[in-house]
Design a protein around this ligand. Structure first.
Ligand SMILES: C[S@@+](CC[C@H](N)C(=O)[O-])C[C@H]1O[C@@H](n2cnc3c(N)ncnc32)[C@H](O)[C@@H]1O
Length: 440
């Protein structure tokens, strides 16, 4: 299979079978015997086509006169990935993109279909600069940043026009890589100089003292510092969660939704591998990831077990100094890394999540000792799942009070007067929400 065939097959999995792009890509590329350069090209075109699907489909609808249902799904994805390359990539000449698409359609389908593909792409090439969308601001932003209209409207309602555009732009950024230095195994300064010696271009993170940004360098998973457990790949927004928990050595901490363990292991590192972290997740198969990560990092204060956090577990009542609820959410803040979220979510699904998040809040809060701290976090930008859940909880539980979070000044941090923080997405940070509550 050549690169173009791989691209169209992966797109078929993502668009037609709702697969996650990162998982299918990793699986496919690990099996394929192709060069690193081809792997990079496939990755770029797959992520790009998923990300810009809305814009691409608006364009295609001008040239596929009989509607998308008249086109085989495989051929539709040939067209989508070709329009992506023509519109957003400069490295492949337009004529080569068209030729490849025609050949692929001929091989997969027929000469007639190949002729149709040729016609559509050449038509687009003649009209590349046409104004494809006129209309209201939501239509224009949806086309410009390639988001479904409902999502644009949704961000616009919650954040206003200016912030909505910042969010859309941020969610389209190619995510940079940030790692967290494991203080149990190595000092920050040591990790910094060793990574530099290994040829990585790095810089310090924005806020979190253990964060290091990889600007340039080889894949981090094969790096000796990673293998020895001195660093972990983690977004800086996620690192802020551990930072605001006011952790101390020898505490008992409950992490209710913990897999794959990014925040659990961070907390263990901050606690210097002392005390006890009871890490739970509803999915047994994901617990292995926490255990594997702990072993790599030299951590032995984490006990990982299965548990449904939406139910009350009497044996945990009042045992913890700290409770973390990094709840399952709609993930609108991590579209940079999972662009298919643009197409796989709908408004109703967002509502269903609120119910489970409230159950987790209500039950999980009972595991806290008096004077303890509860942190609630999501990687989404939906007020129903964030502020409104916290406000609901406070009304029902007057013994809890919000603590003000302050981690530093950055353009993308919105500190609400109530005390919680919303993080807007940009190149280095996912969209996130964190609230910190103290039990009196
Ligand atoms: C946002 S992820 C957690 C990420 C994790 N805290 C980290 O930093 O690596 C949410 C997790 O909640 C788990 N989950 C979903 N429903 C749950 C429930 N009812 N009880 C416990 N865990 C649940 C999911 O399996 C998923 O691993």
């Amino acid at each position: 299979m050549n690169s173009r065939e791989i691209i169209v097959n992966v797109l078929g999995n993502v668009f037609n079978e709702k697969a996650y792009s990162n998982i299918v890509l990793n699986k496919t590329l690990n099996k394929a015997e192709i060069s690193a350069k081809d792997k990079a090209f496939i990755t770029e075109v797959v992520y790009g086509t998923v990300k810009y699907r809305y814009t691409i489909d608006v364009i295609l609808s001008h040239y596929v006169k009989k509607g998308f249902k008249s086109v085989e799904p495989y051929v539709l994805n040939v067209l989508r990935s070709s329009i992506y390359q023509i519109r957003y990539l400069s490295k492949v000449p337009d004529f080569a993109v068209v030729n490849e698409a025609v050949e692929l359609s001929k091989k997969h389908s027929s000469g007639k279909v190949a002729k149709f593909v040729n016609g559509v792409l050449r038509n687009y090439l003649r009209n590349k600069d046409e104004e494809y969308v006129k209309g209201n601001i939501e239509d224009i932003l949806a086309f410009k940043y390639s988001f479904p209209r409902w999502m644009v409207k949704f961000f616009m309602n919650d954040f206003g026009k200016e912030k909505c555009e910042i969010i859309l732009k941020g969610l389209n950024q190619v995510p940079g890589v940030t790692v967290r230095v494991n203080n149990i195994k190595k000092s920050y300064e040591q990790a910094y100089s060793e990574l530099s010696e290994l040829g990585y271009t790095i810089e310090e993170g924005e806020i979190c003292p253990e964060a290091l940004r990889i600007i340039k360098g080889k894949s981090i998973e094969n790096n000796p510092l990673f293998k020895e457990g001195c660093i972990t790949v983690q977004d800086e927004s996620a690192m802020l969660v551990g930072m605001v928990m006011d952790l101390e050595e020898n505490m008992t901490v409950i992490d209710l939704c913990s897999a794959p363990g990014g925040k659990t292991t961070h907390m263990a590192e901050i606690m210097n591998n002392t005390g006890k972290i009871l890490a739970f997740d509803i999915h047994e198969n994901k617990l292995k990831l926490i255990r594997d990560n702990s072993e790599r990092l030299g951590i032995n204060n984490i006990e990982a077990n299965t548990l449904d956090a939406s139910e009350f577990h009497e044996d945990l009542e009042g045992v913890a100094h700290r409770v973390l609820m990094d709840v399952p959410c709609s993930g609108l803040g991590i579209i940079r890394k999972k662009p298919e979220i643009k197409w796989n979510k709908n408004k109703n699904e967002l509502k269903d999540l609120v119910n489970i998040q409230r159950k987790i809040l209500k039950n999980g809060s009972r595991y806290l000792k008096k004077g303890g701290i509860l942190v609630y976090s999501t990687c989404t930008l939906n007020k129903e799942e964030n502020e409104k859940n916290i406000n609901w909880f406070l009304k029902e539980n007057p013994e809890f009070k919000l603590e003000k979070i302050y981690v530093g000044d950055l353009d993308n941090l919105i500190y609400h007067q109530e005390g919680y923080v919303t993080i807007l997405p940009n190149k280095y940070m996912d969209g996130f929400f964190i609230a910190k509550l103290k039990k009196s």
